[in-house]
Write a protein that binds this ligand. Structure first.
Ligand SMILES: [Zn+2]
Length: 292
């Protein structure tokens, strides 16, 4: 799933290529992806793209006051097409293509565009056409953006104080902090040398400061690596830059211990015991359930 750094890079990528071009048409292939009815998708036709921004993990393409907003969800991605001239019309079907946005041609005569695709059978990719981004419920409820100036150690302190949830879940909660998902929460906790199961309210001031630093540096570094990459290269870059997430069984680069995982019904987390849990492996609930 694309998280803050990838969506930030996608926003920059699109900004450079789409701003100033008019929308020729929006072809919705996966009808369930479109979550709004007013204004209609046709309202975007002929309108010029004036800006591209990010809200948490949402990508917002501003078409002169009408916003085309997407959340790529777990299996979604954005594919840039240099030239859609002569591209076959899209028909609803079983393929991964969900939405195609066609843009006006430049001086070179090429009419580019982009496509939102979604792999897998669980279709969660969402598209909203709204006049105000705050009309999207997921955006209206977002917590502070961790790369904004308002996200200070004091703000994080206020978030964890009295909060009895595990820190891993708290970091992933978009209403608490915007943009961090399963992968970067693993990364942040590895950098902060903190157990994913630690109860937020038990963090000392020093640990809050360390966690804040870990959040900001991890995301900034990831944005730095992703910046300037083509949309198609972002996935591979994300994977190669991760220290623990998705690396079960590999050696920790910091201490050499073996990276372990805890599995849940529909996800898993990875961590390094030596760096994060005093060398003790965390109980894998799925496994202990099987053993009972
Ligand atoms: Zn380690």
């Amino acid at each position: 799933m694309p998280e803050l750094p990838e969506v930030e890079a996608l926003a920059e990528f699109l900004r450079e290529r789409a701003v100033g071009r008019a929308v020729l048409g929006v072809d919705v292939v996966a009808f369930q992806a479109l979550k709004t009815v007013d204004p209609p998708v046709s309202a975007l036709g002929g309108v010029t793209v004036t800006g591209v921004t990010r809200h948490g993990k949402f990508l917002d393409i501003d078409c002169d006051g009408v916003h085309f907003i997407t959340h790529l969800a777990r299996g979604g991605w954005l594919r840039w097409r240099d030239d859609l001239t002569g591209a076959k019309p899209v028909r609803p079907g079983k393929g991964p293509l969900a939405v195609r946005v066609r843009l006006s041609p430049g001086d070179d005569g090429q009419a580019p565009g982009f496509e939102l695709t979604e792999a897998g059978t669980q279709k969660r990719l969402a598209v909203y056409v709204v006049r105000d981004p705050a009309e999207v419920p997921g955006i209206a409820g977002l917590g502070p953006d961790p790369l904004s100036e308002e996200f200070t150690p004091e703000v994080l302190k206020g978030i964890v104080d009295g909060n009895r949830t595990q820190i891993k879940g708290l970091l992933r909660d978009q209403k608490v902090i915007a943009g961090i998902g399963n992968a970067y929460s693993d990364e942040v906790l590895h950098v902060a040398k903190m157990s994913p199961f630690k109860i937020a309210a038990t963090l000392t001031d020093e640990q809050v400061a360390g966690l804040h630093e870990a959040i900001v540096t991890t995301l900034r570094d990831a944005v730095g690596r992703a910046r300037g990459l083509a949309a198609k290269d972002l996935k591979a870059e994300k994977k190669s830059g991760l220290r623990v997430h998705g690396r079960t069984g590999e050696k920790c680069d910091v201490c050499g211990d073996t990276i372990r995982e805890v599995s849940f019904a529909d996800s898993s987390l990875q961590y390094c015991p030596t760096c994060q849990t005093g060398g003790k492996p965390l109980a894998d609930r799925r496994l202990s359930k099987l053993l009972k």
